[in-house]
Design a protein around this ligand. Sequence first.
Ligand code: TRP
Ligand code: SF4
Length: 400
Amino acid sequence: MYPDRVVSGMRPTGALHLGHYHGALKNWVKMQSELPCLFFVADWHALTTHYDDPSVIEKSTWDMLIDWLASGVDPSQSTIFIQSKVPEHAELHLLLSMATPLGWLERVPTYKDQIEKLATKDLATYGFLGYPLLQAADVLIYRATQVPVGDDQVPHIEMMREIARRFNHLYGKEKGFEEKAQEAVKKLGSKRAKLYNELRTEFQQEGKDDALEQAKAMLDDAQNLSMIDRERLFGYLEGSRKLILVEPQVKLTTASRLPGLDGAKMSKSYGNAIALREDKESVTKKVRTMPTDPARVRRTDAGDPEKCPVWKFHQVYSDAATLEWVAKGCKSAGIGCLECKQPVIDAIILEQQPMHERAQQYLDDPTLVRAIVADGCDTARKLAQETMRDVREAMGLGYN
Ligand code: TRP
Ligand code: SF4
């Protein structure tokens, strides 16, 4: 009933690397041409773990935004904004918190994991526990239907679906819902109203799914309905509740994963990363010094690509012919490791070329980035305010 919409966010961790590009940004760039997308810098999320040293957040935010733009996230297609500049996220977080069982937050797998992993930090805080609920607010406030994330975030999306369902259940039962829904049916005009009632009966009494689909399609076409009446009619089709918040779907990033130079997960803190906008000389040097299959001590020793991180890079960057050339050449000692690495170096440099070009204008004139974000914040805020009006009203705060 609500239009398709994509929302995703990223914590400002500073300049991004190619792992971020292949793991997330490439997918964002693709999605923005298919559906309306909102992408935001999750600066409040950064505070949940960096509350004791927030000084890095500001610079990281702007660096990351330039990397997004450099990757091809396009402000004329996507809405790009900063979480803390849309304070409605915080209001929804607060309101959702009223009805969120503590147990739901405590059992999110990343909660205990992160506390153990980041043992040097005191994360026994209220903000850290509430993190997934803040994330739920980030998404639900835009009534997003799809959230592109990596698999580590799937439990968070599952929890937000439960939050939305619980919210609709608790607050979607309006006083006089039945009457209001019937009023709304009349507004469809007599022909459509008749069809609506028939389809609703078919669905409710005979369980015909196609009747439900047909009715939904009809409502989608009915231009003269207000948002709130439309919601009622969608809810009335299936039962007796309004649908105020939308349950989003996970859109798993299937992109091939690019590991770090040593084959482990690429991460700036492991020192195995190639920055998104790393210069050519440095890329060349980093790839040339990458470890390879330890069995290849001498040029004449045969190797096994499966034991070599360079092979994983080839799988991301090379075509079938090159892959075959590597596999054969490695196992027969027909090629040397430096020779093998060259096509990877060339491919990375080629991939980064347009990124450097796109980034340049923003480096030359940082006010461009400020303007893009200001625009994005305006757009996001309007959407967020629409949802908040309904949420406040549903929770009994619609008075003035
Ligand atoms: N939690 C996400 C991460 O650490 C970032 C994030 C915050 C996010 N809010 C979001 C992702 C909403 C998707 C949707 O990567
Ligand atoms: Fe790795 Fe290529 Fe050397 Fe084989 S030839 S060990 S795949 S770098």
